[in-house]
Design a protein around this ligand. Structure first.
Ligand code: ADP
Ligand code: MG
Length: 693
C-alpha cells in the first residue's frame, strides 16, 4: 500500500523555490545530492529551472508518472493543489507546510477539506506539518525530506510523529557509522498513521529493526495490533517520553490512581512484545546491534577480553540484566589452553592478555561459536600499540560475518589514531561501543528480544459459568438510577455472577434484618456501613469486625446509624475471615484499549507497599501467572518462614475472571477488590467497590 510513498518513481515539489534557504529548494537539493533514482519535477509558475532541473508551471504539465508530491505552499492553497494532484494521478502527498489542525479550528477545517479531496482520488496524505521520508535503498535513494543527515544504506528503520526525536536517533546511527534503511516522520499524521507505517516496515525485507518514538498513542488498539504482528518477526524498539508524573501516580491509593496513561503505554509495549527503552542512547546502541547481528538463541554469554577490569564491569551489567555466564566446556578449555599464552585465563571471561594476538582472538571466537554452552559472545578489545590490532579486527569481522551467534564489541581505543582498526570493524558490521556497560546493555537487549520470541503468551480462558446478563442488568439499573458508585448489594451481586469468590454476605437496612442475616451466615461476622458518601470505611468507623453474636451486630448497627445519616445507608453483613494474606485486585478502564488489571499486596498498607503489577485485558492464563510471579513479595504467596502459601491457582483464575468481567461490562470504569483474603485453601474478597461511567 505504501510502496509508492517509500519507493516513488517520480517526485514533484509543489512550491519549489529558487531561494536556497527555502524548504521548497532544500528538498530538491536533497533528492539530487542523495542520488535519487527517479525523476524530480520542481513545480513553480514563475521559474524555468530550479537547481538545474526544468521547472513546470503546474503538476498537470509534468510528463512522467508522479508517485509522491511534496507540498511546500501556504495551507490555504493546499486543497486546490490536492485536487490538481488527483487529476494527475499522484499517489501520495507529503505536506511539509504547517497551518492545519495544529493551529486550531481554522486549520483543522482546511485539513478536513483537503482530506476529502484526497480521498476522492485515492491519494494518501503524509503529514501535514512534517519532515517527510527517506529511503536509502540503493535502488531508490529517495530523500523526500528537508533535513540534512544523509544516511548510509542500512537495516534500521525509524518511524515517529516527532521529527526532532526521529532525527536525533537518526543522527545517533550516523555518528556510529551505522546505516538507516527507511526514515518516516509524519507530523500531524492526519491520514497515514504510525501503525500503518510499522506494518509496512514489518513487510519490508530490507528492514531488520524497527525503531519508534511515541509521546502518546492516538489509536492504542491499532498500534498494539500492528506492533504485535511486527514484533513477532523482527525486533521493534520503542521509546516513550513524558514519564515524570509516574512517581505521583504510584502514590495514590487505588487502581484508578495507581494506573495512569503512562502505564498503559508501557503495558501496550509489554503485551505487544516491543522492547522499550528509557534512554535514547541505549536504544540507539541496541538497534545498532540488532542491525548486523543474528538474534541469540538463549541468554548465555561468553566473554573474550584482553584487559581485566572492563570485563568485570561488563559481567556485572550482563548478570544484572539476567544473562548467564556459564563456564567453558571442557573441550573449549582444552582447545584454548593449547593455543593461548600459558598465563592467559582460560575461564569465562577468557583473558587473552594485552599481548594476545589475532590468532588468539580467533581461537577464542571459534571456540565460543562451537561451544554449546554459549548463545552470544562479548568481545572486549583494547588496542595496545604492541599488537597488530588491525589483524585482530579482521578476525572479529570474519567471525561476525558467519552470523552464527551475535557478537558485540566494547572497543577501547583512541578513534583518532586507530582509524584503520575502527574502520575495519565498522565496515565489517561489528557493533562497537565505547564503554563496557554500553556494549553489555546492547547485548542484554538482544537477549530480551529472544525472551519475547520464546514467551508463552497463554490463552484467554472462556469461563462458561459466568452470568453476563445478571451483571449487565445490575449495571443498567444503577445507570438508570443515575448512580456512579454501585451499592454493596450490586457489587457483590456482580461478583457472584462472575464467580469471583467473596466472603458470604447479605445486605440489611435495619438491625433486626441484620441479625437475621448474621444468624444465617454464622458467627463471627463483620458489619460495614454502606453509602455512596462513605469511601474509606475503616477510617470513618464504618467497619465493625469480629462480631460474635446478634447483640453485638445490633449494637454495631445502632452506633453506625447514629454516626451516618445518609439517606442511602445500608449495612453489609459479612462472614469474618481473618488471618489471610491481604492482596488487592483491581481494574481501571483505559479508553481505546479496554481495561488495566492490577494485582498486588493489598489491605490498608497498599499505598505504603506499592507492590502492584499491571496488565491489559484480556489477561491470559500465562499472563495471570506472570502477574503473581512478578510482584516483589511473590515469595509470600508461596509461604515464608513456616507459613503456608496461598491458593495461587484460584488467585490467577480470579484475575482472569475479573478481566472477563470488565471486558463484558465496559461501563465499569473502576473496580477494586481490597483486600482479597488469600488462604492456603481458598481466596475470598472481603471489600469490593465498583464505579461505572
Ligand atoms: P475500607 O477499605 O473501606 O477501609 P474494608 O472493608 O477493606 O474497608 O475493611 C478494612 C480492613 O478490615 C480490611 O483491610 C481487612 O483487614 C479487615 N476486614 C474487612 N472485612 C473483613 C472480613 N470480612 N474478614 C476479615 N477481615 C476483614
Ligand atoms: Mg478495603
Amino acid at each position: 500500500m505504501l510502496d509508492a510513498l517509500f519507493r516513488p518513481r517520480g517526485v514533484a515539489v509543489i512550491g519549489a523555490s529558487t531561494k536556497e534557504l527555502h524548504i521548497g529548494n532544500r528538498v530538491i537539493k536533497n533528492l539530487i545530492d542523495f542520488g535519487y533514482k527517479g525523476e524530480i519535477y520542481p513545480i513553480n509558475p514563475k521559474a524555468d529551472e530550479i537547481r538545474g532541473l526544468k521547472a513546470y508551471k503546474s503538476i498537470l504539465d509534468v510528463p512522467g508518472p508522479v508517485d509522491v508530491v511534496h507540498m511546500v505552499i501556504p495551507a490555504k492553497f493546499v486543497p486546490q493543489a490536492v485536487e490538481d494532484c488527483g487529476k494527475k494521478g499522484v499517489k501520495h502527498i507529503i505536506i511539509n507546510s504547517g497551518g492545519f489542525s495544529e493551529i486550531g479550528p481554522k486549520g483543522a477545517a482546511i485539513e478536513k477539506d483537503f482530506l476529502e479531496r484526497a480521498a476522492k482520488y485515492g491519494i494518501r496524505i503524509f503529514g501535514p506539518n512534517c519532515q517527510g521520508i527517506i529511503n536509502s535503498d540503493p535502488d531508490i535513494r529517495a530523500y523526500c525530506n528537508f533535513t540534512f543527515t544523509y544516511p548510509d544504506p542500512g537495516y534500521i528503520s525509524i518511524v515517529a510523529l516527532s521529527g526532532g526525536v526521529a532525527e536525533v536517533i537518526h543522527q545517533g546511527f550516523s555518528s556510529m557509522g551505522v546505516g538507516t534503511r527507511i526514515y518516516a516522520s509524519n507530523g500531524n499524521a492526519c491520514d497515514i498513521t504510525i501503525p500503518e507505517i510499522i506494518r509496512y516496515l514489518g513487510d519490508d525485507e530490507g528492514t531488520r529493526v524497527v525503531v519508534t518514538y511515541v509521546e502518546g498513542l492516538r489509536d492504542p488498539e491499532a498500534f498494539m495490533e500492528a506492533a504485535t504482528e511486527v514484533a513477532a518477526i523482527k525486533p521493534v524498539l520503542a521509546m516513550k517520553a513524558g514519564r515524570t508524573a509516574e512517581g505521583a501516580k504510584a502514590a495514590a491509593s487505588h487502581t484508578g490512581g495507581l494506573a495512569k496513561e503512562d502505564i498503559a503505554t508501557d503495558l501496550i509495549f509489554q503485551k505487544a512484545g516491543i522492547l522499550d527503552f528509557r534512554d535514547e542512547g541505549e536504544l540507539i546502541n541496541a538497534a545498532a546491534a540488532f542491525a548486523s547481528q543474528p538474534i541469540p538463541k538463549g541468554d548465555r554469554v561468553g566473554i573474550i577480553t584482553n584487559t581485566g577490569g572492563p570485563a568485570v564491569i561488563a559481567t556485572d551489567v550482563l548478570v544484572a540484566a539476567g544473562l548467564k555466564m556459564p563456564p567453558l566446556s571442557e573441550k573449549t578449555e582444552a582447545f584454548l589452553k593449547e593455543r593461548l599464552y600459558p598465563e592467559a585465563s582460560v575461564h569465562n571471561p577468557v583473558d587473552v592478555l594485552a599481548t594476545g594476538t589475532a590468532e588468539h582472538y580467533r581461537a577464542c571466537l571459534d571456540a565460543m561459536m562451537d561451544d554449546d554452552n554459549f548463545d552470544c559472545v562479548f568481545v572486549n578489545f583494547v588496542t595496545p600499540f604492541f599488537v597488530d590490532t588491525e589483524s585482530i579486527a579482521k578476525q572479529i569481522v570474519e567471525v561476525s560475518k558467519q552470523q552464527r551467534k551475535p557478537i558485540v564489541c566494547n572497543l577501547m581505543t583512541d578513534r583518532r589514531q586507530w582509524t584503520e582498526t575502527v574502520r575495519i570493524l565498522q565496515e565489517g558490521g561489528v557493533p562497537c561501543f565505547a564503554l563496557p556497560s554500553e556494549a553489555a546493555r546492547a547485548m542484554a537487549a538482544m537477549v530480551r528480544y529472544r525472551r519475547i520470541l520464546d514467551r508463552d503468551k497463554g490463552t484467554v480462558k472462556n469461563f462458561a459459568d459466568v452470568d453476563t446478563k445478571a451483571a449487565r442488568d445490575i449495571i443498567s439499573q444503577a445507570k438508570a438510577a443515575g448512580r456512579r458508585m454501585l451499592t454493596a448489594a450490586e457489587v457483590y451481586g456482580i461478583c457472584d455472577a462472575y464467580k469471583i469468590p467473596t466472603a458470604s454476605w447479605a445486605v440489611a437496612d435495619s438491625a433486626e434484618k441484620a441479625v437475621k442475616a448474621a444468624d444465617k451466615i454464622g458467627y463471627p461476622v463483620v458489619v460495614k456501613a454502606d453509602s455512596e458518601s462513605i469511601v474509606h470505611k475503616s477510617d470513618m468507623g464504618a467497619v465493625a469486625l469480629n462480631l460474635e453474636n446478634g447483640e453485638a451486630v445490633a449494637e454495631a448497627i445502632k452506633q453506625m446509624q447514629a454516626k451516618f445519616d445518609a439517606s442511602d445507608l445500608q449495612f453489609l453483613i459479612q462472614q469474618f475471615t481473618p488471618g489471610g494474606l491481604e492482596v488487592i485486585l483491581g481494574a481501571k478502564a483505559e479508553p481505546g484499549l479496554g481495561h488495566i488489571i492490577m494485582f498486588g499486596l493489598g489491605g490498608i498498607y497498599v499505598e505504603v507497599l506499592k507492590d502492584v503489577v499491571f496488565n491489559l485485558t484480556p489477561v491470559t492464563d500465562a499472563e495471570a501467572d506472570g502477574m503473581l510471579a512478578s510482584i516483589k513479595g511473590a515469595a509470600l504467596l508461596d509461604g515464608v518462614r513456616g507459613q503456608a502459601g496461598v491458593n495461587k491457582e484460584q488467585l490467577a483464575e480470579t484475575i482472569q475472571r475479573l478481566s472477563r468481567l470488565v471486558s463484558d461490562c465496559p461501563e465499569i470504569v473502576e473496580l477494586d477488590l481490597n483486600p482479597v483474603m488469600a488462604f492456603e485453601k481458598e481466596i475470598r474478597a472481603v471489600d469490593a467497590r465498583i464505579a461505572i461511567e
